[in-house]
Design a protein around this ligand. Structure first.
Ligand SMILES: Cc1cc2nc3c(=O)[nH]c(=O)nc-3n(C[C@H](O)[C@H](O)[C@H](O)COP(=O)(O)OP(=O)(O)OC[C@H]3O[C@@H](n4cnc5c(N)ncnc54)[C@H](O)[C@@H]3O)c2cc1C
Length: 271
């Protein structure tokens, strides 16, 4: 198979912290299309600059010095924006691709697969079902695309985002989500942090997302009960959170949505 070539340019980089960023890229071919919630593949060559020293004991050696390093990334931008694609990325310091992605600057080139894939979309749920969107860290990315493309402000379908991070300063897109919740009576935002001792000024929700999810707070404050006949649940990001939440939700009658079998529990594991 032919080696893929760089086909996109970084148009904006928004560094949120040392290990979190929002990257906007423009594809050479503007005909790229996707469904909100889907992902594509980003790639860089092994000789691309890296923010972590390129020693085998720090960054794993790549298969071949010329083979493109490729990983899956959820698209965070709206499906109706043709200007650019947006990605919400976290640095895995001992990872292969992310130390290279974090060295990208405006104007740099990279590979973006011309195809978006995945079933983690609202197309899988009935039109009258409400949606709880649970994400750890950059697991928020597909929900940003879904909300930007498909939230009808004031509409009948309710959405709640339950976003978890270690500290309040790791809650990307917080200001945008707070504004959305203020303006749209059918959208609810629940940020939660898992290390409150390191963030003493935080007065919001604390703990692991699976525990917050079943605590009753979404039913109390958003009128969203964990009832699979009315509310579908999406889980994205850390596989540990997904497994733990899945076990709790299955006890409440939720069933996995997978391939040809439709269900009320939708999952996207990042590793
Ligand atoms: C469908 C899908 C969508 C994804 N979307 C996103 C996204 O929108 N944003 C994003 O940042 N990542 C996303 N990922 C994760 C991404 O594909 C890479 O796995 C991640 O960026 C690490 O790549 P790497 O080459 O640096 O690390 P690798 O060399 O692939 O991995 C090194 C080690 O780190 C572990 N690891 C991988 N990712 C993480 C992580 N985030 N935190 C902690 N440990 C990890 C792996 O288990 C592995 O052992 C997605 C994954 C999938 C499957």
């Amino acid at each position: 198979m032919a080696q893929p070539k760089y086909n996109a340019t970084v148009v904006e980089r928004n560094t949120l912290s040392q290990d979190l960023m929002i990257l906007k890229v423009k594809l050479d071919d503007p005909s790229f299309s996707f469904l909100p919630g889907q992902y594509t593949v980003l790639g860089l060559l092994p000789d691309a600059e890296s923010v972590v020293p390129q020693k085998s004991e720090v960054t794993p050696l790549v298969d071949s010095p010329k083979k493109m390093i490729m990983r899956a990334y959820s698209i965070a931008s709206s499906s109706s924006t043709e200007e650019h694609l947006e990605f919400y990325l976290s640095l895995v310091p001992n990872g292969t691709l992310t130390p290279r992605l974090f060295a990208l600057k405006e104007g740099d080139r990279l590979y973006v697969s011309p195809k978006a894939v995945g079933l983690f979309t609202l197309e899988r749920i009935p039109r009258d079902a409400h949606a709880i969107l649970v994400g750890t860290g950059t697991g928020l990315a597909p929900y940003m695309s879904i909300l930007r493309s498909q939230l009808v402000c004031g509409g009948d379908r309710k959405f709640a985002v339950l976003h978890g991070a270690r500290h309040s300063w790791d809650l990307g897109y917080r200001a945008q989500l707070e504004a959305m919740a203020q303006n749209c009576k059918n959208f609810f935002y629940f940020p939660a942090i898992s290390r409150p001792k390191e963030d003493p000024s935080w007065s919001g929700l604390c703990g692991y997302l699976q525990d917050v999810l079943v605590s009753g707070v979404l039913e109390e404050q958003a009128g969203l009960p964990l009832d699979p006949t009315k509310v579908h649940v999406f889980l994205c990001g850390n596989p540990g959170m997904i497994q733990a939440a899945k076990e709790l939700l299955e006890k409440r009658g939720y069933t996995p949505d997978k391939g040809r079998v439709s269900g009320t529990l939708h999952t996207e594991e990042y590793w």
